[in-house]
Structures are given as C-alpha cells and as structure tokens.
Design a protein around this ligand. Sequence first.
Ligand SMILES: [Zn+2]
Ligand SMILES: [Zn+2]
Length: 254
Amino acid sequence: MIRNIFILYEKGMESLRPHIENAVGQMMDCFPQYKGNYPIKTLGNWQSEKAKKNLPNGNVLLEPWESVEWYIGRAKLKAMEQGRWQTRGQISINQLWEDLSSDPYCKKIPQWSILVTKHDLYADGLNFCLGVSKENAFSIISTARFVDGNNRFDVEGFKTVVMHEFGHLIGLTHEGRVNTSEQLGSHCTNDGCIMQQRMDGDFSDITRIRLVAKQQYGLPPICSDCIDSGEKFFERQRALYNYTHRIFPNGRNS
Ligand SMILES: [Zn+2]
Ligand SMILES: [Zn+2]
C-alpha cells in the first residue's frame, strides 16, 4: 500500500457512497498496475474521538481538523463573512482548500482525500464551482448543482465531476502537457475525454459521451494522453515511495 484514498462526505449523504466509490474506482481501473497500491476507503461523515468538546456553558466546540463537520462549518463561517451564505446558501471552497492543505493528519499519514459536500461552493471571483483539486493531495466536490427542481439527482453527471476532479488529483492534465489548454487550470482538449473543461459548468455532453463510450465500446472515461500522464504520475509516486522507504526503513512514511 502506498497510500489510502479516503472518501469523506457530510451527514445524510450515505446514499452517494456507492457512486463516489464507483467513480474513483473507474479512474483507478485505468491504471491496473498501480490500483492495488491505493485502496479506496470510505470514512463518510468522519469524526475522530476528540472531535467535540463540551464547554461549561453547554455549547459544543468542534476541534480543528477532527471532523467533516468542522471543515464544513469553517467554510460556512467564511461564506457568512463574505455574505455568500446569506444570499446564496454557498460555502467557501477557498476555506476548504486552506484547511485541507494544513491538515496535520496528511503530514502524519500520506493520503488522498475526496471531500463531498451537499452545499453549493463558490471561490473568490467565481459565481459557483462544482469542485476543485490539489494535485497529490485532495479533491473537493459539491452535489448541489446536480439536484434539479424536483429533487431528482443526476447521478451520472455527478460521477463525471468526481472522476474529473480525481483526474486533477492524480495530475492528468499538468501544465505543459500535450493537448491541454489553460481555462481555470490546465485541462485536456481531446474530444470525449472527461478532463475537458466546460466553463459554464455544464458537463452533460461529456457525461453522455462517457456513458456511450463505456457501455457500447468498453472504453475508459479518459483519453490516451491522460492515461499516459497518469502512468507517469503513478510511476513517480512509486519511485518516491521506494526511495523514502529504503532510506528510512523504520521511520518516516513507513
Ligand atoms: Zn478541471
Ligand atoms: Zn484527456
């Protein structure tokens, strides 16, 4: 095992579990030789034993980094400060990014985390965003834009975005790669690939193509350029892992 892929989500989102696991699993299926080194573990609405502290006045304090609830609460607070919670019910993706980046658990136990929220997300300067990812670290994804007026959930559309964000996490469209362009981060330009960008946030055409490719032709959700860069990414990860474990056989990272 090189590192776990942890799936986390808010309370009440349990029904999404198989879909998130399946989306991430389909991406890892594109890299059969590395798949076994990265087990997918769902922690759900995770909280540690020390997540909550009862204060003398009867209030409950959420300890930093110890629960999904804390992360979401912080992103909501930031949104209240910026007026986005009151006007649009959104939470701040910048705050989530900052808090996940400084998570002490990630330093102790190397991991990739996928955090799914039911709240609509906004970033500084953007009306909304479906998700964001930090390479070799984490993805943050919202389900909010996949629920229609009749409370129907677009499962496949959501899965496309989970796959897309996970693709960023594993560095598929790094800057300077062939067939990429810069549109809110580096994206693939190959037709039919889920790593393309849609500036209006409408991935429905990409989802349709993904499903036809899979069901009729047994094709993966990403193009061969993306698979190539994924292979290189996993190769580098493995080399780094072998290196640190040779040098520090009993210590760091083991
Ligand atoms: Zn993207
Ligand atoms: Zn691609």
